[in-house]
Design a protein. Structure first.
Ligand SMILES: NC(=O)c1ccc[n+]([C@@H]2O[C@H](COP(=O)([O-])OP(=O)(O)OC[C@H]3O[C@@H](n4cnc5c(N)ncnc54)[C@H](O)[C@@H]3O)[C@@H](O)[C@H]2O)c1
Length: 261
């Protein structure tokens, strides 16, 4: 399977290593990167335009770059008939972008694939939705320093937080748009479950945690769900859970597997 990447950061590096270790199954054809950072994190060329990326004839493009990349390239990739994996799911909280991308997916031969990322229980949420879900709430706790560079810096003295502190409370849409690098999990919960407005989200700076902790609860006709994950940070990016890259690898395994679970 020919895979093209967008991005050259922590997730791209791990996905490239996974593919590189399985050369009979996967071939990374190229990575689309920013002109300001053209380093390659694998043994493949980097390119700077979508036309060059699509010229490598990928079966699947994996976006692991950020919201701006989904906005810039998402619909065009689908419209070209190429399957697209979006890991920056928070970008899809932008209603205009969602309309554009979902329209492209529905009106092309390509599929938009959204990995679970660091969120536990995506299968249960999506299955439970078929019977009806009334309530979904996600509480995401990270060490205070993981919220550096976010709006929490303006509202809280992150360096001096000594007890678990809610730095944001609102809908999944508000969380995903205000915290683009830290609330993709909230968007994935909304997309798998009952949508961006009904999914409640709390973001917490907790000095007692060293991992990214996501607590998910859902109640509906299927019953009740309570799940928590203590996700290790990615080796190269503390804001990103290692699970984000692992969930893309699982998705790639599904693309090539005889048995899928
Ligand atoms: N779904 C999830 O659970 C989940 C979890 C973690 C991260 N994410 C998303 O994955 C993204 C990547 O994570 P990461 O840890 O690899 O980040 P990273 O910061 O290590 O790497 C991102 C890379 O993408 C490049 N980039 C940024 N914008 C680009 C663009 N428009 N075109 C091409 N390249 C671009 C940057 O130069 C950088 O090298 C995050 O920004 C976040 O949106 C999702």
């Amino acid at each position: 399977m020919k895979i093209a990447l967008i991005g050259n950061g922590a997730i791209a590096k791990l996905v490239a290593q996974f593919c590189g270790a399985r050369p009979t199954k996967y071939n990374v054809t190229a990575a689309l990167v920013l002109p300001t950072d053209v380093t390659s994190v694998g043994a493949y060329p980097v390119v700077q335009t979508l036309a060059e990326l699509l010229a490598t004839k990928p079966d699947l493009v994996v976006e692991c770059a950020g919201h701006s990349a989904v906005k810039a390239y998402g619909a065009a990739i689908l419209n070209a008939g190429v399957n697209l994996v979006v890991v920056s799911t928070g970008s899809l909280a932008d209603q205009t972008l969602w309309d554009e991308i979902s329209h492209a997916a529905e009106n092309s031969t390509a599929q938009l694939k959204l990995p679970a990322g660091a969120l536990p229980g995506v299968d249960s949420l999506a299955a439970g939705k078929l019977a009806g879900i009334e309530h979904v709430e996600l509480k995401s706790s990270k060490p205070p320093k993981a919220w550096a560079g976010t709006p929490a810096e303006k509202t809280h003295d992150l360096a001096n937080i000594t007890v678990p502190t809610v730095i944001f409370s609102g809908t999944a849409r508000e969380a995903a748009l205000a915290f683009p690098k830290n609330a993709n999990v909230a968007a994935t919960a909304a997309l798998a479950g009952i949508g961006f407005e009904k999914t409640k989200v709390s973001l917490i700076a907790d000095p007692s945690v060293t991992q990214n902790v996501h607590r998910l609860e859902a109640d509906g006709a299927f019953g009740s769900l309570r799940l928590e994950i203590y996700a290790n940070p990615s080796p190269d990016n503390p804001k990103t859970s290692h699970m984000a890259a692992l969930s893309i690898m699982r998705l790639l395994e599904h693309e090539a597997a005889a048995i899928v679970i």
